[in-house]
Design a protein around this ligand. Sequence first.
Ligand code: NDP
Ligand code: OXD
Length: 313
Amino acid sequence: MSLALLISNWDVAAWQKSLVQLAPDRAFQTAPDILHPEDVRYALAWKPAPGLLAQMPNLEIIFSLGAGVDHIFEDDQLPDVPVVRIIDPDLSVRMSEYVVLHVLMHHRKQRVYDAFQADNVWKEIPQAAASALQIGIMGLGILGIDAALKLKNLGFQVNGWSRTEKSVEGIDTFFGQVGLGAFLGQTDILVCLLPHTPATDGILDLALFEKLSHDGPLGKPVLINAGRGGLQREADILKALEKGVLGAATLDVFETEPLPDSSPLWTHPNITITPHNASASDPDTILRNVLEQLEVHETGGTMANIVDPVQGY
Ligand code: NDP
Ligand code: OXD
């Protein structure tokens, strides 16, 4: 019985090398060469080809090689086996680095200074205190809470929004549809760390941007989305920037990835783009996490981080 590495869009060779080093005694097959699907007991997946998992009759567990599981639940032939996701300090630290970097970039107006430097301009512009800025984290889960606490430590006012009620010391929390309007109204920089599910699909649209605070120290609100591309309506982001409903955006994730060459997002002066690398999955770290979970499972224990298929995250 073997493992299967089902990976698209990442460097498969790095994962194979790491798996051989960390688990030399475990046989594994790698997509697309799954020659013996009946041998596969555990699938280690990142964006597996739709329908592939259904071809494995003895599959027991699907491990997502990242925090998100939308890439697995999108498969309409998904076998009825547990899906386990990654919760690991390495993912949280990397994501918080990204969030802090981009919040500070907008707060300290770094893109303006980059433009000044290109023209040899020595000029200082007024700078608000961090404590004057309200950062709203949409998705107060494992990654959202870590980022929220780090931003709080830097002196920002931090709010968080989740599906169910949450209490996090030092953070003002809001939840559900009833809490969304008040949360947005107190947000100068919106950081989205939501999962992509049917309930959150396209949530980042013009109507939502219009509810953000428009009288904060930055003049216009800013969007940072490192959750998933399916959360955002890119035409609405462009419209919001054009109308002055948003002042700027940092986007790590896109409706179509890789972002097509023809996308107007690439050249917009107020958009910062990164290639879905806000919190990259490091093969050694992630595979260690998976192998520890397998050890628990195979010795009769209960694995952690099993995803609720009803909520889809
Ligand atoms: P969690 O499941 O720990 O947190 C998700 C949060 O979103 C929870 O607070 C949850 O609410 C909230 N949420 C979910 N659905 C809704 C809803 N309908 N309305 C309001 N709130 C909702 O996930 P993680 O923090 O580990 O990861 C979050 C996402 O980040 C991943 O799903 C993935 O898409 C993305 N990600 C992106 C990466 C990148 O490199 N760009 C890397 C890693 C992850 P509640 O607390 O009530 O359950
Ligand atoms: C993840 C990701 O979900 O890298 O972990 O996007």
